[in-house]
Design a protein around this ligand. Sequence first.
Ligand SMILES: *[C@@H]1O[C@H](CO)[C@@H](O)[C@H](O)[C@H]1NC(C)=O
Ligand SMILES: *[C@@H]1O[C@H](CO)[C@@H](O)[C@H](O)[C@H]1NC(C)=O
Length: 566
Amino acid sequence: MICSIYNEIIILTLLLHFISVGAQNYYLDRFNYDITVQRSDGFTDYQPEDWEQIQCDEKSSLESCLAYTDKWETGRDWAIKTNYCQWCPEGGDPSLCNGNRHHQSPINLERVVGYEPDTHYLTNECIDIHWMKYEDSVCSLEQLIDADAFSIERHSLRISQPVAIYDNINQDIDGVPDGVRLQCREKGIGSRFGRIDFSKGFSQWWYLSHTDVKTPSEHTQDGKRYDAEIQLHHFYSVTAEEAGTNNEVATVSIFAQAYNDAVPYPFLDKVICQWRRKEYNVRKECGLDPVESTYPGCFPLKRSKRNLRNEQQQRSISSPTNSKKDIDFLTAQDVILYNDQHRNNPNHTNVKIHMDEGNWAPAEEKDWDTWIKEQSNEMTEKEDIYHRMRNEYHGGNHTEELHREFRKLYQYEELEWFNYWPMLGVRTEYYFRYSGSQTIPPCYGNFIDMSRVGTNHWRVMKDPIRIHSRQLLELQRLSAERIAPIGSTVNACQSDTAAKVTRDPMDPGKIVDVNNARPLMSWAKPHFKTFCECKDWESKWPEDRNWCAIEDINERFYDKPYNYGW
Ligand SMILES: *[C@@H]1O[C@H](CO)[C@@H](O)[C@H](O)[C@H]1NC(C)=O
Ligand SMILES: *[C@@H]1O[C@H](CO)[C@@H](O)[C@H](O)[C@H]1NC(C)=O
């Protein structure tokens, strides 16, 4: 029985892939972070100022199909009412932007909103009262690799929580899948999404859809822009019955700042190696040589497992073509957006996100305080060792033994995979909270007057993860040197990134900067900006507790803004 369900899923997946590969003449406009480009194929790549012009309904008229969201096939059927992008730049003319009544993202986040209410024009009380508890998804690193979950998108480096489409074949008359489920399964647990527990206003968990890494950060904090931003995108399901019918999305964002003498953030090296593997595979399929640069700890590639999704695509070329199916979902969020696009269509039935029982189970029984303390101690210990060895090295100790010790620090094989890996490195529970939109078209974030319903709920952690400069350079290089995979409708096997890449004019091979951040939007009242910190609840992180011991709020906010001493 289980076997036959899986066969059906596989067959459907094959058919869907055929359709998306086959429909090559549609929706070829895209977006970028530089300037609007009229391509030689007659289509356009739009700059951020023009994202709001995007509309697309290729079924009624190809002429009006101005854009599509890069790899996101479900972005078809765009109409102006389902494109939420507005151009409301910081410092721009408010009258151009809905009378400045908007909540576009990203924005500049300010600590001043954390002051006591009514003492400042900006103040908003933090309504949250506890930390965000987070539990891992059942997706192991191996399952993610097999599902081709590490991808280099035009607009970000991405880790998907891969979903599989399921359908009731017997009653399949509408050409639309009945639902998706998390592709990863674990014996005895089933397919359980990663989940995080937001405070106040949300009685249930949020579930992890995918993670995007951008350079530099999209948000700024009191005017400071960080080197990178890691965004954990979530969706909300109220009950098992209603799963997939709720359109709420939320993002937990984590800044990263690069230093020459920081300990390389071990989890980041682990994911960098996977994006390098992806790059290697794409280049290989395209008949291109591997990149010349190496990265410590990544090569040689230990697993040479073939890439499942590409394999399916190749096999699907010889599949029958009589399916009406024309949509594909790579992540749970694709389903949310698809349902939202069709909400006014009386014939539309929502595609469901199937949630196995395990998703509704009560929180893990775990001593969270101890767990956090252990994480903190472990990281501190590693940092101490790293700095000691580094000092020795710069003090002239170049012994073979020291090199061996260094290499040991870079061996991440034994580092257990954790889909909430960025949450550990920030070592804080405190964050900025506000209502906004997503930062890529269609800038999802329904704007209903002063309501927060249907917005993108943001939680941006106050402290950056400290990463090593070479990690930042590699993130930038991976984006800048992106090659469009072999099946791409545009620029297949050619250089293709949405990022603005700045190169050294004297040495064009040298990348100076890579920017795939949407420009800052002006903030307005409907953003409900808030800063949650010490006074709102007591943190489990020892670092936070030390920081909170600084009683003078001005000193805490501005003289010593982070909970670490750099
Ligand atoms: C809904 O379906 C009916 C019956 O197939 C059809 O006549 C009608 O045009 C459809 N409406 C829309 C908005 O697609
Ligand atoms: C050099 O490094 C090795 C390995 O870490 C260590 O055992 C030794 O004490 C170091 N020597 C000096 C002079 O620091």
